[in-house]
Write a protein that binds this ligand. Structure first.
Ligand code: GLN
Length: 189
């Protein structure tokens, strides 16, 4: 878990319940110890700034380029995107995922909402998804699979062999299947 800011505790709890050994990553040495990295929900611009201040941006970029599996929820998905729109001035991402992500695509905090999503890769039952100042995936590059969309077709979950991203927060609803999928990706490396 990248533990600079965000809902670290919620992710760590789901991962531990699934039997994972969770390391809270704040320094490059801690990054060296992990087989996969989860980027939490929170505020992408803050995580971006802190990662640069703590000398973590370059090591994380390097790890992703070397194929470290990563899963980002909400702010974490923004941080994985190669391209973002509506970021704050100078906002950077780790990148690695060939998508364009629109930050705060549904408006402000008051425009947060919940819905049930059909996710073919997970089967039944549908995923109860919570969107909190959530981003949207606007362009999905070649080699990136759209895993889930809203009724109007807008993409809210994507994956590649080593990367998983969701606009919403499975870690706060008791939904474990995305974390299971991610742990399978980590084991497959
Ligand atoms: N809007 C936030 C951002 O830009 C993301 C919100 C969230 O992670 N719930 O990072």
């Amino acid at each position: 878990m990248l533990a600079l800011q965000g809902d670290v505790r919620e992710h760590a709890s789901v991962l531990r319940d699934l039997g994972a050994d969770v390391v809270l990553v704040r320094r490059p040495e801690e990054l060296d110890q992990v087989d996969g990295l989860v980027l939490p929900g929170g505020e992408s611009s803050v995580i971006d700034k802190l990662s640069r201040a703590f000398g973590m941006q370059r090591p994380i970029r390097g790890a992703i380029e070397s194929g470290l599996p990563v899963y980002g929820t909400c702010a974490g998905l923004i941080l994985l995107a190669d391209r973002i729109t509506d970021g704050i001035e100078g906002q950077q991402t780790f990148g690695g995922l060939d998508v364009t992500v629109q930050r705060n695509a549904f408006g402000s905090q008051v425009d947060s909402f919940e819905t049930d999503l059909h996710v073919p890769a997970l089967g039944a039952p549908p995923v109860h998804a919570i969107f909190i100042r959530a981003p949207l995936v606007r362009d999905v590059g070649e080699g990136v699979e759209a895993l889930a969309s809203l009724d109007d077709g807008r993409v809210v979950a994507v994956r590649t062999a080593r990367m998983l991203g969701t606009s919403f927060h499975p870690e706060v609803t008791g939904e474990r299947r995305f974390h299971e999928l991610f742990l399978d990706m980590v084991r497959a490396v």
